[in-house]
Design a protein around this ligand. Structure first.
Ligand code: 5GP
Length: 120
């Protein structure tokens, strides 16, 4: 089950500007910033501005406008980072088995070189 949203999670603080981040992109629906511990040459995180714990929460409860805005933003960030020509990977961890560490939905964007197979 999805936990209640915790307003003190680290990405909520980044959204509020209480903790610094290396901002890549922002619009009405989404905010993107560089991962603090990059796992690839490009490793950017995209989060919705709404308070959603995970993809489960978001896909069930977000408005069509929020979903469209977020999906558009993820694609926009990949384009801005120059990843489209050679391709890239996007990923979201959900809950305990997914290994999710921060309880605010985030999509990882990886790229900049061949990424190899997914590690389970
Ligand atoms: P998860 O495992 O929840 O899918 O991924 C959390 C990601 O957030 C990790 O890749 C981790 O490096 C990143 N992260 C955790 N804390 C911070 C932070 O304070 N700032 C930034 N920019 N990234 C963070």
């Amino acid at each position: 089950p999805t936990l209640p949203y915790d307003d003190d999670n680290i990405f909520a603080k980044i959204l509020r500007g209480e903790i610094p981040s290396n901002k890549v992109y922002e619009d009405d629906w989404a905010f993107a910033f560089e991962d603090i511990n990059p796992q690839a040459e490009v490793h950017t995180l995209v989060i919705p501005k709404g308070q959603y714990v995970s993809w489960d929460d978001f896909s069930a409860k977000a408005t069509a406008e929020e979903i469209a805005g977020f999906v558009r933003a993820v694609g926009e960030v990949a384009r801005m980072k120059g990843l489209v020509e050679h391709g890239y990977r996007m990923m979201a961890n959900i809950g305990a088995h997914g290994g999710q560490e921060v309880p605010h939905l985030h999509v990882h964007i990886f790229g900049g070189h061949p990424l190899g197979p997914m590690i389970a």
